[in-house]
Write a protein of this length. Structure first.
Length: 351
């Protein structure tokens, strides 16, 4: 039909450029020209369109075979995992979000013995279904009655416009000797680094408090904490702070630990004029000093890296950095937590 150039009884082949470089309009023009391959190529070169003979030959052959110069749809790999299998995977992951790809393959092989599915196929399918691997974000365990108490307390704070301007948040925590971060980096060609860790690391108990006007004295101690021991700590760490910092009135917030709510501590508060305000049980997210303990442990683990006898010095160094501005920033975190607790109707806020 005069569309091709023949050489020695065959079509000329000299492939340098893929026909995919031609636009849809250029392909239509090639077909409409109805010239030989050489003449079409020369005409296109005059318009600064570069294409090889082989590409033109393939384009025209496709046109005669299919009646179109458009790209044909690509063939997709047939799915080994059927829709029924995907539904089962979705159901099982909804029931148990800790299933590994090996667990899923075992489950599929049990239900469909004739189907062999590889681990990469399962991982790819799981990703297509929207499931991604993440570290869990742990929170406190809440009983239904305490969820209701949390909701009521947070609603009261929002209605009253509470700003915690004269509140002292106190608590105690246990700090363990840890000199290494949770992650580290190494060169790909180097072996994994070994970092020593003691079998029984040193531990020390810490009591402290924060307020919008700064932090109390930090008290470090060992042994068992009971109500009598706590009253001795409060006499040294809390009472002087109240006298110096809050002469016009204060409120004390700490959790509902049995020793905090014991008769001995209640008598101590009454005798010394400490205004304790009960807070909802099982609510560490409503006490910003919990964030202080987390920051302290992170500082010791990643920055200070104490040895056995340096743990107390590291704790004291971190505590000295708690200026009023820093304490206010931690306390303002409640402005995000309290509305979230109301939103989730007393459930854990996740903060």
């Amino acid at each position: 039909r005069g569309f091709f150039t023949q050489v020695n009884g065959g079509y000329c082949c000299c492939c340098v450029t893929s026909m995919g470089k031609l636009s849809a309009e250029a392909r239509e023009r090639v077909v409409a020209l109805r010239l030989s391959v050489i003449d079409i190529r020369r005409r296109l070169q005059e318009e600064d369109i570069s294409i090889s003979r082989q590409a033109l030959y393939n384009l025209l052959r496709k046109y005669h075979s299919n009646g179109s110069v458009q790209d044909l749809p690509r063939r997709k790999r047939p799915r080994k995992i059927s829709e029924e299998m995907r539904d089962v995977i979705e159901e099982e992951l909804q029931r148990n979000d800790e299933l590994t790809s090996n667990n899923i393959r075992t489950m599929l092989e049990t239900r469909w013995p004739d189907v062999q599915v590889s681990i990469p196929t399962i991982k790819r399918t799981r990703k297509e279904m929207g499931w991604v691997c993440t570290r869990p974000h742990y929170c406190q365990i809440l009983r239904p009655l305490n969820k209701r108490k949390r909701l009521i307390w947070c609603q009261q704070q929002l209605r009253s416009g509470e700003d915690f301007h004269n509140v002292i948040f106190t608590d105690e925590s246990t700090i363990q000797l840890d000199s290494h971060s949770r992650i580290c980096f190494r060169k790909q060609c180097h072996p994994r680094k070994l970092k020593p860790r003691p079998k029984h690391p040193a531990k020390i108990h810490v009591w402290g408090g924060i307020s919008p006007k700064g932090a109390t004295r930090v008290i470090m101690f060992t042994g068992i904490m009971n109500a009598v021991r706590l009253s001795q700590i409060l006499e040294v760490g809390l009472l002087p702070f109240i006298t110096e910092t809050f002469p016009d009135g204060h409120r004390l917030y700490h959790d509902n630990d049995p020793k905090h709510a014991s008769y001995h501590i209640q008598d101590f508060f009454e005798a010394n004029g400490v205004l304790w305000r009960p807070t909802p049980p099982e609510s560490p997210d409503l006490n910003p000093i919990e964030l202080i303990w987390g920051s302290m442990k992170q500082f010791l683990r990643t920055s200070y890296k104490p040895k056995n006898l340096e743990l107390k010095a590291g704790i004291q160094q971190f505590w000295n950095s708690l200026t009023p501005d820093v304490c206010q920033r931690y306390i303002r975190h409640l402005n995000k937590v309290i509305p979230k607790v109301v939103e989730v109707e007393g459930e854990a806020s996740g903060y």
